[in-house]
Design a protein around this ligand. Structure first.
Ligand code: PLP
Ligand code: COI
Length: 371
């Protein structure tokens, strides 16, 4: 199914206002301490798709439970994909998001891999604007806060045969967000999973589909039990190369802050938009950036000989989070009590300055959502 076939383009949205919207006082209590992914705004977007009619019935409706037949394909075969992006409130009150076209394209790639219909970029961006038009007051304004936006697509045909669903629904929900990790921007230790892989050759590693995250929960649990905030996966084929974390990409700072190294995109890693942006910002600074294979042994040696001075994780939810140490059954690499690295925090500052409109958007990465 191509984009042109699947969409009445561009879609027109109908609004049904919620009768149960929280008042300002209730909202302010939530926005004062939003946490991550705990509270949701008053509305959501829904767009239906059928094989006969393509995308249709685009609506903004009250946030609430979905009616799904128990035989809906998504419940059995996990035909589901999602995205994650944020709305940022700028000092003048306006609301912006970061590189949404990239999320739209990734959702289209995920859709192709999961045999779901593609949603056109313009419809994807319009769906975000429509939600923000009714729920804009849920975008917090305190430093480091944002509205996390979660578009997702599910197969909702009632059918137990194993084939692509002929009925699909796309939704957008939104959740006010503070820091993803409890400690805010404090460095975290991560856990190396030596038993489990996240993705294999030809699998769904580069798609943002729920099944990848289901498979990461057990190793993530192992990480928590070992005092770590995230799990690090090696490639499934050789078990030697570093792929990525459960929900983030990873970078290494080399040579006194003049070089950045990150695992290359092999088809098993999610193509992070934060990753791509960091590569650009580092190149703008004149740094050398290498996308290549990285082994745990290189990490161990680099820390020992001083050539690797900082390591950090990145993603929409995590922004840029310093990694102090890698723990595994074989011991610890790095120092769990190490402070955040200088370059890590400086790139983080630059990225968030762009996102929050504190410096010029020289790459044209921002899209206004409330106008
Ligand atoms: N890797 C995985 C597995 C993720 O879930 C995410 C988060 O979306 C990322 C990487 C980072 O991607 P992005 O920077 O586009 O949020
Ligand atoms: C994101 O960063 O948007 C993600 O989807 C990661 C998830 C683990 C919250």
């Amino acid at each position: 199914m191509t984009i042109a076939e699947s969409s009445t383009f561009p879609l027109k949205f109908e609004l049904t206002p919620s009768q149960a919207a929280r008042d300002e006082a209730e909202r302010e209590v939530i926005l004062a301490d939003p946490g991550f992914g705990k509270h949701f705004t008053d509305h959501m977007v829904k767009i239906d798709w059928t094989i006969e009619d393509g995308w249709h019935d685009a609506e903004v409706i009250p946030y609430g439970p979905l009616m799904l037949d128990p035989s809906a394909a998504v419940l059995h075969y996990a035909q589901e994909i999602f995205e994650g992006l944020k709305a940022y409130r700028h000092a003048d009150g306006s609301i912006w998001t970061f590189r949404p076209g990239k999320n739209a394209e990734r959702l289209q790639r995920s859709a192709r891999r999961l045999a779901l219909p593609e949603l056109a970029t313009e419809d994807f961006i319009e769906s975000l604007k429509q939600l923000v038009a009714v729920d804009g007051s849920w975008v917090p304004s305190a430093p480091e806060t944002s509205l996390y936006i979660r578009p997702f697509m599910i197969a909702n045909e009632s059918f137990l045969g194993v084939r692509p669903s002929q009925r699909v629904a796309y939704y957008v929900i939104a959740s006010p967000a503070g820091a993803y990790f409890h400690g805010g921007v404090a460095p975290v230790s991560i856990w190396l999973s030596t038993e489990y892989s996240r993705a294999g050759r030809g699998g769904t590693g580069a798609a943002k589909c729920g099944g990848n995250y289901a498979a990461s929960l057990l190793p993530q649990q192992e990480a928590y039990e070992n005092g770590c905030a995230q799990v690090l996966f090696l490639d499934g084929e050789t078990g030697r190369h570093i792929d990525e974390l459960g929900g983030m990409n990873i970078f290494f700072v080399h040579d006194g802050g003049t070089k950045l190294v990150t695992p290359r995109l092999t088809g098993t890693i999610l193509e992070g938009i934060t990753r791509d942006s960091i590569i650009q910002l580092a190149k703008d600074r004149g740094m050398t950036v290498q996308e290549r294979d990285v082994t745990v042994e290189e990490w161990r040696q680099g820390v020992a000989d001083g050539s690797i001075t900082e390591v950090f994780a990145c993603g929409t939810a995590a922004v840029i989070t310093p990694i102090s140490a890698l723990k595994s059954v074989d011991g610890v690499i790095g120092d769990e009590n190490a402070p955040a690295g200088e370059l890590t925090m400086s790139i983080r500052q630059e990225l968030t300055d762009i996102q929050y409109g504190r410096v010029a958007d020289r790459h044209g990465w921002l899209t206004r959502l409330d106008a």
